[in-house]
Ligand binder design. Structure first.
Ligand code: NDP
Length: 413
């Protein structure tokens, strides 16, 4: 990782008097009195001036100062870790994010924000957090006065992302906000403006930009390893059980913002282009009470300036399937599964040959959080800033309009 520079951890050590007497390295020995000498081998003492005293043992030469151990076993310099406040102790926070801190090098949890104090106390206890660092939503702004908190991680329902992000930025904190960034383009723009005004960093939690297989696909696509991309196809489905924030229109639910966004983002990072036009159809079954407020399934097509067409679908009523295929002129790239937390698989097909690329996997959340901590601690720009979330939100808004009107919709640029 950039932040841990082995060169920076090397120490130039001037030999100390204490080390000279230790005798733990070649050539070092001690005198019979245990006294250390800086002058190198001590000349032999005459047996006795009078010739009557018992013979003393020959003095032992000491290591000269220049003969110090070449490799002092000193601990590595401890990197400072950024302090994180986790906001919203739901499924993602408790099952993935909090455990992921254990794998972080640069990030540590220091505070929690929750509407349920008893739950928050248990979580704080389990992770060794101070009870005074537990906040509720009504005293959220008091995070400003807590110097241990560098970063606020917003893991709330989508409709609350903008408000709490802006408040955290105003409190002087850097913000990692879960996807989708917000529920409207205007909210995303306000969040970006708030980060600029506060001079704080804003990153959107696109974890696949921090894991090696999707990054390998980005590389292969950028170098046109299988020729130019012609089409892209992707499905992201799961069965959602009520009650769930994903089924609530008020909380910003719906399949496109929740899971369709993975296909949108992948189509954008594979092509390296922004789509210009969108068509979409949605299905909202009347006989399934889960889908009173949001569609069950949405299928959409994105048209890119180069002519690439991306066909994608997402569903809250389908068995889990999270995959994409990049169809190139000379072969195709498959990621299946592509969007899961673990167990991703990448394969390529060219002519009759098919190969799976076996690349070591990482904890997506730990890698993502450490990337942002590195940015915060070392003044770097995040790989997925607010502008990345805004670009997806423009596409989502166009998909929603296209599904509502049945017309092709231009993506606002
Ligand atoms: P949950 O419903 O499990 O958790 C949301 C939490 O938000 C609740 O537990 C609650 O925490 C808090 N909350 C505050 N106000 C409300 C409210 N009015 N209604 C409901 N909850 C409220 O959702 P998830 O953890 O699954 O998702 C949270 C966010 O994370 C979403 O934006 C989602 O898109 C994103 N996500 C991202 C993933 C990724 O891979 N990057 C994967 C899954 C989700 P408390 O009780 O502590 O107040």
């Amino acid at each position: 990782m950039d932040a841990i520079n082995p060169e920076a951890n090397r120490c130039d050590v001037t030999p100390s008097a204490a080390l000279l007497g230790v005798g733990a390295f070649a050539g070092a020995r001690s005198t019979s009195t245990g006294q250390a000498s800086r002058s190198g081998p001590t000349p032999p003492t005459p047996s006795s001036a009078a010739g009557s005293a018992p013979a003393t043992r020959a003095p032992v030469p000491l290591a000269p100062p220049e003969a110090q151990p070449p490799d002092l076993k000193l601990p590595e310099a401890v990197a400072r870790k950024a302090g994180w406040a986790v906001v919203g102790l739901g499924q993602l926070a408790l099952e993935e994010v909090m455990p992921a801190f254990r794998e972080c090098q640069l990030s540590r949890p220091v505070a929690l924000v929750s509407g349920h104090p008893e739950k928050a106390r248990k979580v704080a206890d389990a992770y060794g957090l101070e009870p005074q660092n537990i906040y509720a939503y009504d005293n959220f702004d008091q995070l400003a006065a807590n110097p241990a908190v560098d970063v606020v991680y917003i893991i709330l329902p989508n409709s609350l992302h903008a408000d709490y992000t802006v408040r955290a930025l105003k409190a002087g904190k850097h913000v990692l906000c879960e996807k989708p960034m917000a529920v409207t383009v205007a909210e995303c723009e306000q969040m970006i403006a708030a980060a600029q005004q506060a001079n704080r960093k804003l990153m959107i939690a696109y974890r696949l930009h921090y894991e090696p297989l999707n990054r390998k696909v980005m590389e292969l696509c950028a170098e046109k390893a299988l020729g130019p991309i012609k089409t892209f196809s992707s499905s992201n489905g799961q069965n959602v059980t009520a009650p769930n924030i994903r089924l609530s229109a008020t909380l910003g639910g719906g399949p496109v913002g929740d899971i369709g966004i993975y296909s949108i983002n992948a189509a954008r990072y594979c092509t390296g282009e922004e789509p210009v036009e969108v068509t979409a159809v949605a299905h909202q079954p009347e006989d399934d009470p889960r889908f009173r407020e949001v569609p069950e399934s949405v299928a959409f097509t994105l048209r890119f300036p180069s002519g690439v067409l991306a066909q994608c679908d997402c569903s809250f009523g389908a068995a889990p399937s999270r995959r994409y295929r990049v169809h190139c002129a000379e072969g195709f790239i498959d990621m299946d599964p592509a969007f899961d937390y673990r167990g991703l698989r990448l394969s390529l097909k060219q002519g009759d040959e098919k190969a799976e690329l076996l690349i070591g996997q990482v904890n997506h959340f730990a890698a993502e959080m450490d990337h942002f901590s590195d940015c915060v601690l070392n003044g770097k720009d995040p790989r997925t800033p607010g502008e990345e979330g805004l670009a997806d939100m423009r596409v989502i808004a166009a998909i929603e309009e296209a599904a509502r009107t049945g017309r092709a919709v231009r993506v606002a640029g």
